[in-house]
Design a protein around this ligand. Sequence first.
Ligand code: DOR
Ligand code: ZN
Length: 347
Amino acid sequence: MTLTITRPDDWHLHLRDGSVLADLVPHTSRQFARAIVMPNLTPPVINTEMARSYRQRILAAVPAVDSFEPLMSLYLTNNTPADEIIRAKESGIVHGFKYYPAGATTNSDAGVTDIKNAYPALEAMQKNNMILQVHGEVVDPTVDIFDREARFIEQVLEPLKNDLPELKIVFEHITTKHAAQFVSDADQYVAATITPQHLLYNRNEIFKGGIRPHYYCLPVLKREEHRLELVKAACSGNPKFFLGTDSAPHAQNKKESSCGCAGIFSAPLAIELYARSFDENDARDKLESFASFYGADFYGLPRNTDTITLEKKEWTVPASFPLASEKIIPMHASEKEKWKMKMTSPT
Ligand code: DOR
Ligand code: ZN
């Protein structure tokens, strides 16, 4: 069985910087035409000039056989000036601002400590039709880690939506039924990305037979009842839900550690993972719009015109990939995968 779809885009991706780009970019450029590249580098990408040079370094790592467009995102801080939004918009290369609550996840220390601090920038974003990409978890350490997303909706998103009703928001990597419901109920200014891990696994995966660091990401995997709602949302054909892998590379030794980093590296087999999920849920006909149409539509960008072909054919995922002088373990390492990307049509 084969499945040919319009070439997909990844609306949430981490590529890091420096020598690892040469190892990371090809995994994504092989499958996807474009990707929103997250700005949580050290130091974070906080202005258009930094995004411009980061974009050049990414482009330099794209293999000659691929055509790939990095879509840049800027890191919102307490001090992002309103005129940075104008510069970002005019550049044509910046497509959103990422809101990390300070301390929520990897390299989020420079993030926003109180959303009110960012209101001048957010008002300018609303006015200039610039998208806010939200890491939706409260950072209060007394809130149970499994409740942080649901709490964020009440404490931050609902008030933000009241104050700035026409600000375009992507609720990134949603993990709960509460988030899926919030997005479904919201107006056309709100959408969400869904990762492959949150479609395929529940939180048991982290603890199966011992602690398994390669299944740890933030927001953390949740209960089965939440996974089922995310599958329903992704497979529903509702244009508010689209593909964003949140592929987040960390070297093997940074994951397999007494304090392992958060992040799941799905880029080498991203579209295959989504194909498996949609296939298992009898929604093969909904994969294309989720992976290739709705994200572009929400971002106001043209849909791709070339295609990729996936084949239902078992193969074994490599145990690891090179990452500069180290190794990186992909999602589903050494296991059998059911779908394989076969080919790309010429552009
Ligand atoms: O698991 C995650 N890893 N979640 C994030 O929000 C950040 C990401 C990373 O950059 O490693
Ligand atoms: Zn991310």
